[in-house]
Design a protein around this ligand. Structure first.
Ligand SMILES: [Zn+2]
Length: 79
């Protein structure tokens, strides 16, 4: 006989899924609390608090990241 604890029955798929499902929601909740997500006052997208918005490039109403300026790709290396 086994001296260590042995499960009497095989854990069915739904029980396993339910257990890991609750774990997933718990972790997600923890992560969202950690990030402290706020909504952007200009465009309304979810952004981390005290950070400039990556979508519209604004922070506290003023433009911080220039979104209109296009960054030219380096295609040739000048020697
Ligand atoms: Zn925004």
């Amino acid at each position: 006989m086994a001296k260590h604890p042995v499960p009497k029955k095989k854990t069915n798929k739904s029980d396993t899924k339910r257990r890991y499902g609750s774990f997933k929601t718990k972790v997600l909740k923890k992560l969202t609390n950690l990030l402290n997500l706020a909504s952007c006052p200009d465009c309304g997208s979810k952004i981390p608090a005290h950070r400039a918005c990556p979508d519209c490039g604004k922070y506290k109403g003023r433009q911080v990241i220039d979104k209109q300026k296009k960054v030219d790709k380096i295609t040739k290396i000048k020697a």
